[in-house]
Design a protein around this ligand. Structure first.
Ligand code: TRP
Length: 459
């Protein structure tokens, strides 16, 4: 398994920053408050924390293990590591495990399609904040602006396509230059500005009610659906279940400590999601925005907070700029899953693969964006195309992908090989890594299977 031809991250900080860049994004600042608001606030938060710790973190390590061991993309890694085990149908032979990788690539494509819808909004909101659309506006006007923007016939589409082009350009430049450099400087800045926002939000009148909603659990609200949503959200937020971290894992150098990196990223990711909740819920309750407001929640609450702050114009501008960048480091990791698979499996050039991936995403993505227009025919049943893509990936494909990945590492790979990866060939202390292996082998698969199957049966 030589590292010669493939790129690796330049440093451990590079790995942590790129993985954190992938994890931190709209999942934390937009989707987490949205899901928590719709699923009972504190009750959701508690289940979410358990899922992130018990299933999320071990799964991150399972993906890193596959990636670094195989030095290959999400599809090729399974082919390399699964060895024999081919099945033949009509004389056509294929192995089963690489299908997990293909599922991941498909999933990355579907996520990227609806993710760039919201990514486009962040770009639009960056423009709006530069043009000072929020200062002195009341709630009704800010809500109206969200509706007008998202249902505009072409503006959100242009923003989405611009975002996709931006993503493709960075991915074409390759892992080290593009991804690593971008994440290193800007993620810590985002954290700082969020802490400032947090303080402002907590000092608004009526903030207490929002805090209670977010931190005081009503256990009767924990249903099977809430648990599945929390599982899906933890996968989404940590970028797991589709092979994104297999792909990044394949760029980890032999010397890096994967366990401490995964723990660090998972903690940072959780911290940012909780911070987002502490910013959004007190402010939402203070302004009279319903926690179930869904897509509008973050995009109405945040401008309201800014326009109440001294220096709000600049904070708003910087915040949306950082949000765009945090989002970009996430879309990069999604496109990278597709590009790594296309370059190594189909031997396309990096540039061509990025173009093909982005173009295909644009087609489905534009449908997701257009489905927000009121009265749009882009509904299937009661759901918009956007919601459908979101649910299909977070509630079905990612849990299935995640389950298969932990089963692969826990039961298909040799224990000695997995432990060699986790301990850097014995150089690192094995104690806690044995527990991680135990969780990967027994606890995580049972937890995912029980949650997923029981939810399917209850339908
Ligand atoms: N985790 C990112 C967020 O929270 C979204 C994301 C990026 C992602 N890459 C991923 C989700 C891979 C699942 C898989 O915004």
């Amino acid at each position: 398994m030589s590292d010669k031809k493939r790129e690796t991250f330049g440093s451990k900080l590079g790995l942590v920053m790129a993985t954190a860049g992938s994890a931190l994004g709209l999942g934390n600042i937009y989707r987490f408050p949205c899901e928590a608001g719709a699923n009972g606030g504190a009750a959701f938060l508690i289940v979410y924390l358990v899922m992130a710790l018990l299933v999320g973190m071990p799964l991150m390590l399972a993906e890193f293990t596959i990636g670094r061991r195989s030095r290959s993309n999400a599809v090729g890694s399974f082919r390399k590591l699964s060895g024999e085990g081919k099945i033949s149908i009509f004389n056509f032979q294929f192995s089963i495990w690489p299908l997990v990788g293909y599922l991941g690539v498909l999933c990355a494509f579907l996520i990227l399609a609806f993710y760039t819808t919201v990514a486009g909004w962040t770009l639009g909101y960056l423009g709006k904040s530069a043009a000072d659309h929020f200062s002195g506006q009341d709630l009704a006007s800010i809500q109206q602006q969200f509706g007008d923007f998202t249902s505009h016939p072409w503006l959100p589409i242009v923003c989405q396509l611009a975002f996709l082009v931006l993503t493709a350009v960075v991915v074409m430049r390759g892992v080290k230059d593009g991804i690593e450099r971008c994440s290193k400087i800007l993620m810590p800045m985002l954290l700082v500005i969020m802490v400032v926002l947090c303080i402002k939000s907590l000092t608004l009148s009526g903030a207490g009610e929002g805090l209670r909603f977010f931190f005081k659990p009503d256990f009767s609200k924990i249903t099977g659906r809430v648990i599945l949503s929390a599982l899906g959200q933890s996968f989404f937020s940590l970028s797991i279940g589709i092979g994104a971290l297999i792909t990044y894992g394949s760029y980890i150098s032999r010397k890096d400590n994967m366990v401490s990196s995964a723990v660090g990223v998972a903690l940072a990711d959780t911290l940012v999601a909780v911070l987002a909740g502490v910013i959004i819920f007190p402010a939402a309750f203070s302004f009279g925005i319903k926690p179930e407001a869904g897509a509008a929640l973050a995009f109405t609450t945040l401008p309201m907070v800014f326009q109440q702050m001294t220096g709000g114009y600049f904070f708003c501008l910087i915040f949306f700029l950082l949000l765009v960048i945090a989002t970009l480091t996430s879309t990069i990791s999604l496109l990278e899953v597709i590009v790594a698979a296309l370059t190594e499996e189909l031997r396309l050039s990096r540039t061509k693969a990025a173009r093909v991936g982005a173009a295909a995403t644009a087609v489905v993505g534009v449908l997701a964006t257009m489905s927000f227009r009121p009265g749009s025919p882009l509904h299937i049943g009661a759901s918009t195309v956007f919601d459908l893509l979101d649910h299909a990936t977070a509630l079905y494909m990612m849990p299935i992908g995640g389950l298969l990945i932990v089963l692969f590492v826990g039961w298909k790979m040799k224990r000695a090989d997995v432990m060699a990866e986790l301990t850097n060939d014995g150089a690192l202390h094995a104690g806690i890594r044995k527990s991680i292996y135990f969780i990967i082998r027994y606890i995580a698969p049972v937890a995912i299977a029980v949650i997923f199957v029981s939810q399917m049966l209850m339908r």
